[in-house]
Design a protein around this ligand. Structure first.
Ligand SMILES: Cc1ncc(COP(=O)(O)O)c(C=O)c1O
Length: 404
């Protein structure tokens, strides 16, 4: 009896699902304490102390001026675009108007949430290829895009994919040259540093996501940070205004501008405050996961881990690699899935998405698209911070079998 129980426990343990990146609340129960405080003071909604403190604490953590806590990272990108003035010219669907719309440059290799808000603002996204060394926006392709679109370009949205920072110095230099604002989509890179400074704090605005799979989560939520020393308080006040239905200061409900219901709730912000306390621990764990995969897998024929370099201190949100031999990403995904382990393809580039098929794509070189190559031969491995050493060993054992 005892033996069979022990056996079934072992089997169960071996088949326990391993996730790509799932919510990981603090062992200390920080999140629940902040939620309890909100309940005890009946600040369930709207807004409240947790929202104010979460904004302040995140601002202090990343070293920026001020922040607005919002309902999602997508909402934060949307309001950042609005804040820099994208889409002032509102278009209709006629072909002539389309030619006249504002253009925003963003990477092709990203999640659709980077791009969709550009369309919400009636602007046109132009997709920029990736750089082999960073997997992020290629400065060479960005320069080409400015030369092609000139004054129609109203903003650049850069992404720090999977927690790897883009080459910000080069990208900022180009933005400055053309006098176009930079927005950093740091949804995946909270805790990543570029040359010693946190990503999200270089552009005019930065955004973070607290979606369920991010390095820290509030179940869902986002933050917009303003880094412009001169105007940030004023701009963030405007963002908060838009995010609360653009209610004018008046005795009755009056609206002079289009509004949105984009603010974060006080309960959700309580989770965020708790999670922020364990951010450094989560970065450390993600780094160890990446280090483990690198030690175990890099020696396999055709395996190249995602690129790291001297100036990048990633948060290693997801551990990714590329394959150039006979084993393909799908082989790994299927083998892991059979053992109840989650993995994922690299984001499918936006210029290959049916919805965006009419948008322009600027490649880095004539010999083909880097972003397509990364998509075709890349894979995201399970990077859940709750993984044990046994879990990691289980993953690499399954992968290594494919090389035998
Ligand atoms: C690169 C990128 N941008 C934007 C988002 C959108 O964030 P949210 O899900 O909080 O709206 C995500 C993640 O979901 C993302 O990975």
């Amino acid at each position: 009896m005892g033996t069979s129980n022990a056996l079934s426990n072992t089997t169960l343990q071996n088949n326990t699902r391993i996730y790509l990146s799932s919510p990981h609340m603090s062992d200390e129960g920080y999140e629940q304490a902040y939620i309890k405080e909100a309940f005890d003071t009946n600040w369930i909604a709207p807004l409240g102390n947790n929202v104010n403190e979460f904004e302040k604490e995140l601002t202090e953590k990343v070293g920026t001026k001020c922040a607005a806590a919002l309902s999602s990272g997508t909402a934060a990108i949307h309001l950042a675009l609005k804040a820099v003035g994208v889409g002032k010219k509102s278009g209709t669907d006629s072909a002539v108007d389309r030619e006249d719309r504002d253009v925003v440059f963003c990477p092709s290799l990203t999640f659709s949430a980077t791009v969709n808000p550009i369309v919400y603002q009636n602007a046109t996204p132009v997709f920029i290829d990736s750089d082999e060394e960073t997997w992020n926006m290629s400065p060479v392709a960005l320069e080409k895009a400015f030369q092609k679109y000139g004054e129609r370009a109203k903003a650049v949205v850069v992404v720090h994919l999977y927690g790897l920072s883009a080459d910000l110095d080069k990208i900022l230099e180009i933005c400055d040259k053309y006098n176009v604002p930079l927005i950093e989509d740091s949804a995946e890179s909270l805790g990543t540093k570029y040359k010693g400074k946190y990503t999200g704090t270089f552009g005019k605005y930065g955004i973070f996501s607290f979606n369920g799979n991010k390095i820290i989560t509030t179940s869902g939520g986002g933050m917009l940070v303003a880094n412009d020393i001169k105007a940030s308080e004023e701009r963030i006040a405007k963002v908060r205004f838009w995010a609360t239905q653009s209610r004018d200061v008046a005795r009755w409900y009056q609206h002079s501008e289009l509004g949105y219901n984009y603010r974060m709730s006080n309960i959700v912000a309580g989770i965020g405050r708790g999670q922020l306390k364990v951010l450094d621990k989560r970065v450390e764990k993600k780094k160890n996961i990446f280090g483990f995969y690198r030690r175990e897998l890099e020696m396999l024929d055709g395996v190249a881990m995602m690129p790291t370099n001297d100036w990048n201190e990633p948060n290693y949100w997801l551990s990714c690699l590329r394959l150039s031999g006979s084993v393909k990403p799908l082989d790994i995904m299927l083998a892991l899935e059979k053992e109840n382990i989650e993995s994922r393809p690299i984001w499918k580039p936006m210029h290959l998405q049916p919805y965006y098929s009419e948008c322009d794509f600027i490649s880095q070189c004539a010999s083909g698209s880097v972003s397509e190559k990364i998509f075709e031969n890349g894979i995201c491995l399970p990077s859940d911070t709750k993984m044990t050493e046994n879990d990691l060993a289980r993953v690499v054992k399954i992968i290594k079998k494919l090389w035998r």
